[in-house]
Ligand binder design. Structure first.
Ligand SMILES: *Cc1c(COP(=O)(O)O)cnc(C)c1O
Length: 398
């Protein structure tokens, strides 16, 4: 009998018990006079996680994908030119969405496993002296390949030629897990989702919007309704919504924000880095490599791991699930026959990650990979022991 299936997919992530309990509350009246006493501080704390003082934040019932749509529909006109980089499945899908919206898309394509080449963006933007490009789309953490890109460098590419284009950032698998700075990086629309770093069920698009992007709404002619930022801003100002908000998810969000802010965002980011390092040590001990071509860009929230020749990554993921009750991430699209993924974001502890690594070892062997049992676990254990935060090390030495 299995009542628990800890998941090591890069979203949805494991939900802390406190968050699960916070969601389990009766329905409430979203027009009640005291509802704003709950929502207004909630918006303020979401701003802290996005690191914006001046931006608006919106909680839209839907998945992260709806946030992508909101960014486009609220700021652009049909035929507008946008610059994107396709570096994996998620960045590719957002680019495809732009085409569906009738935008003229300039794609920079890189081999999957590489980060956004900010220098190529810089050249294209510098050549665009007529400022035909209205928005630059960047995926901060490409979840399909486990690659984190440098958003500050994309900002610098825009600033170097004083380019006025908006900067949209997909932070669905980075925000609340990897350092993200909406204001400092001049991000105009930041997109997150509830089911990744925020440790909630899916169902909320969490979107940050700069005042510059809000102003674009006045002239943007693409149709929008569900994601209408202006309607949301007007209602949110009083603590209400233009339509029924997902109150239970927002109660869960209150709890998750309390956990994140109590831990301290720098500590949350450091914890994710430390957890990820353990997984990376395990991968190296197995003799395998990451899809991320440059170790400096390897993601702290998800590792896409290349399987040995002759091993089917789908068989690894299936064996993990069927034999060991463990959910690993499948390879997506172009890298489906090359990688499987271990998600290590959200509510995790060393022991949880070690169990995921142990399960991955068993599943890799089931799928025919010659992995020495315990090799990855031992490497990760050694890392977790040596990298313990100072306070924990001192306590252990007493
Ligand atoms: C998960 C994810 C999305 C899609 O979010 P949904 O909530 O599934 O719609 C978009 N971008 C990235 C980078 C993601 O990891």
């Amino acid at each position: 009998m299995v009542s628990q299936n800890p998941i090591f997919i890069p979203g949805p992530t494991n939900i802390p018990d406190a968050v699960r309990h916070a969601i389990d509350v009766p329905m409430e009246d979203m027009r009640a006079p005291d509802f704003p006493a709950f929502t207004l501080p909630l918006f303020a704390d979401v701003r802290k996680v996005l690191a914006t003082r001046t931006g608006e934040v919106f909680l839209i019932p839907g998945s992260g994908t709806l946030g992508w749509e909101g960014a486009i529909a609220n700021t652009l006109c049909p035929g507008d030119r946008v610059l994107t980089c396709r570096l994996g499945q998620f960045s590719t899908l957002w680019s495809t969405m732009c085409e569906r919206f009738g935008l003229e898309v300039v794609n920079v394509d890189v081999e999957w496993g590489h980060a956004i080449p900010a220098d190529r963006f810089a050249r294209i933007l510098a050549d665009d002296t007529g400022h035909r490009i209205k928005a630059v789309l960047a995926c901060h953490n490409e979840t399909a390949t486990g690659v984190t890109s440098d958003i500050a460098a994309v900002r610098a590419a825009l600033d170097a030629c004083d380019h006025p284009a908006l900067l949209f950032v997909d932070g669905v698998s980075s925000i609340a897990s990897i350092d993200f700075r909406m204001d400092a990086w001049g991000v105009d629309v930041a997109v997150a989702g509830s089911q990744k770093g925020f440790m909630l069920p899916a169902g909320l698009a969490i979107v940050g919007v700069s005042q510059k992007a809000m102003a674009c709404g006045k002239t943007a002619t693409l149709p929008r309704y569900t994601t209408d930022f202006a309607a949301m801003q007007a209602a949110n100002a009083g603590g209400y919504f233009p339509y029924t908000p997902a109150t239970n998810l927002m109660r869960g969000l209150r709890c998750s924000l309390d956990l994140l802010l109590a831990e301290g965002l720098p500590n949350v980011y450091a914890r994710h880095h430390r957890m990820a390092q353990g997984v990376r040590r395990a991968v190296a001990a197995w003799g395998l490599s990451l899809c991320a071509a440059d170790p400096a860009t390897a993601s702290d929230t998800v590792s896409a791991i290349c399987v040995p020749t002759g091993v089917d990554p789908a068989a690894v993921v299936r064996a993990a699930y069927e034999h060991w009750g463990l959910s690993l991430g499948v390879g997506l699209a172009k890298v489906a026959d090359r990688v499987f993924r271990i998600g290590h974001l959200g509510a995790t502890t060393e022991l949880m990650i070690l169990s995921g690594i142990a399960g991955a070892e068993l599943a890799l062997r089931d799928a025919g990979a010659r992995i020495e049992l315990g090799s990855g676990v031992a490497a990760a254990q050694a890392w977790y022991e040596q990298s313990r935060p100072a306070a924990a090390r001192a306590a252990a030495a007493e």
